[in-house]
Structures are given as C-alpha cells and as structure tokens.
Design a protein around this ligand. Structure first.
Ligand code: ZN
Length: 329
C-alpha cells in the first residue's frame, strides 16, 4: 500500500474502532430487555431481545440466541450481553429446564459473547473459532473498553472458549438426535465467524455477515472485508435450500431470495465505489454521491443516525467499500 493509502486506511480503521465500540456498548437499558421466544422446529428455538432498549440495535436488543433443546439438556448459540445472563437463563429454562451443556459463539463481539463467563459458570462448555479466543484474550483499545462498559468482561477467565477450531471442515456436535455443524466462514463480519447449522431441523444461524437492519458492517479491526462477506454469502447459498429457516444475529428472518438480493446489492454498490475510486474520487465524493439511494427505502434503519454522531450505516458501508477498493488497487 502506498503511504497515502495507508494513512487513509488507518484513519478509516480509527473510525471503525469507534463505530464498533458505539455499536456494542452504551445506550443499553438492560432492565427493559425481554426475550421473545420463537419455535422453529420441534427441538430448535430462538430468543430475540425486545426492541427499543439498545441504541446500537434499536430493532432488537443484543444478538439473537439459538437454543437446541434435547430431552434433558440444552445447547445454545450466542450469549448476548453479560448483564442479561440471569434473565436469559430464565427464558431458556422456560423452554427446557435441563442443564446448558454447550455454548457456541458465532463471533467475538460483546453482543454475542458478553454472557460467556456467566454461562460457563452454569456449566456450559464454550466452542468458538480460535480467532474468537484470541480476540477475547486481547483487551480492546481503552476507548472501546470504556464504551463496552459492563456489556462484557475482558478480565473474567471463564469468558474464553474452551474448544476452538480454525478455518476448514465443520466441527460436528452430535446431540440428542440432532447434528450441529459449526461451519467456519471466510472473514465477512470478523476474522472468526462461524455459521451454525442444525441438520435435521434445517435451521441455520447465520451470524452477522448478513444483516437487514441497517447496511452491512465489516469489522476491519479484525480483518473482515466485503470480499469475505460475499464469500460467506456464497457458502450460505450453497448449503441452504428453499425450506431452510435462516436466522441472522440481528433483524428479521430472511428468505433465500432476500439473501441473494443482499449479495447483489453489495456487488452493485461495490462496483460503483470501485469505479469512482478508479476515477480518482475522494472518500468525501463517494459519500456525497449517495450510492445506496436506490436501496434506502428497502433497508430499515439504513439512513438513521448511528449513536454518538457517527453518521449512518449507509455512509459507514460505502466508506468501508472505499477503503477496501483503495487497499486492493
Ligand atoms: Zn457482530
């Protein structure tokens, strides 16, 4: 990378760190959060945080949780914020009173791993990518740490995944008649993303590389890119069928057609950003061009202001595409 591009990239990375912190931490009214259960298959449920309590995720507080309820025990996917663990555990008990044996982290963000230490102390064995463990071992920069607040602990040793794996073949957990595939993904949202598939129930917990509330977000501080997002989408499209229930970490449940439209939208905007970069446009010129305008009406929250004056997710999206286009030229 030439120096000027590198400087632009680091300035962009600093903005992304702040954006990430604000997306996760402050402005959460934990007391207001309830968990809304939905049954997707005889043995599979999801729990979604209630709306209006989390400034970073106004449509549903925290990250969505998946539950595989065997006759006598429970496997869970993601653990949302730490202060919600007791309420979440109570909501899970309503579904199945058995012990929570396994917890799988889709990625390291605090709205998905904050509850890790609490569920580990309840007896859950945590599975995640080795990259998730590395991210949780290394405390984030002080500004992020302050912004995350009590959403997650960076000190409690029980927060760390016990069983880890890297890119490659899926890890399979055979659990009370169900086969659970932990599918490592390319770096689309973070560098440690996992998609979880319940084979018999035909349910896929996608994680956050697909999001339909606001425009997509790549965590550039952890090596994610839209190149990775597109590869992850293709992987999802390769294993899902018309009957698969697709469950993202946030937002509403999409159809396969929605996921394809999302891929096409990223490809379209990326091509337009790349063309502007090729013509020598600055980041400011790319933002002012409002390249997402044809999609804005179909993306809830896309042009709503993010917390702490960080612009909106449409501008964040094209800014990330700009940085990626610059870095790969
Ligand atoms: Zn995330």
């Amino acid at each position: 990378m030439k120096t000027i591009f590198r400087n632009a990239f680091f300035a962009f990375a600093a903005v992304m760190i702040t954006a990430l912190a604000v997306a996760q931490g402050p402005g959460i009214n934990y007391a207001k959060v309830q968990f809304i259960p939905q049954q997707l298959a005889p043995n599979v449920y999801i729990l979604t945080g209630s709306p209006g309590a989390d400034a970073g995720h106004p449509e549903a507080a925290g990250g969505r949780i998946g539950i595989l309820a065997g006759p006598e025990r429970v496997l869970m996917v993601d653990a949302t914020y730490a202060p919600l663990s007791d309420r979440l555990a109570a909501a899970i008990k309503q579904i199945n009173p058995g012990p929570i044996r396994f917890l799988i982290d889709t990625h390291y963000h605090p709205d998905h791993t904050g509850g890790n230490p609490n569920f580990a102390k309840m007896g859950a064995l945590i599975f995640a990518r080795e990259e998730v463990r590395q991210a949780l071992v290394t405390p984030p920069p002080p500004a992020v740490l302050a912004a995350v607040g009590d959403a997650a602990s960076w000190k409690d040793p029980e927060r760390l995944p016990i069983v880890t794996y890297s890119a490659g073949a899926p890890v399979k957990i055979h659990f009370d008649g169900e086969t659970v595939d932990l599918i490592p993904l390319p770096s689309g949202h973070t560098n440690g993303d996992t998609m979880i598939r319940f084979e018999t129930a035909n349910v896929i917990m996608i994680g956050d590389f697909y999001r339909n509330y606001g425009y997509p977000f790549v965590d550039a501080t952890r090596g994610a890119s839209f190149k990775g997002t597109l590869e992850a989408i293709d992987q999802l499209l390769g294993i899902a069928d018309a009957n698969t229930k697709l469950v993202p970490g946030h937002g509403s449940m999409p159809t396969l057609a929605d996921v394809k439209a999302y891929r096409d939208m990223i490809l379209d905007i990326r091509a337009k950003v790349q063309a502007m970069v090729a013509n020598g446009s600055s980041l400011q010129q790319v933002i002012v061009a409002k390249l997402t305008a044809p999609y804005d009406a179909k993306v809830p929250g896309g042009t709503d202001p993010l917390p702490a004056g960080l612009g909106n997710s449409a501008d964040r999206f094209v800014s990330a595409l700009y940085a990626e286009a610059k870095a790969t030229r």
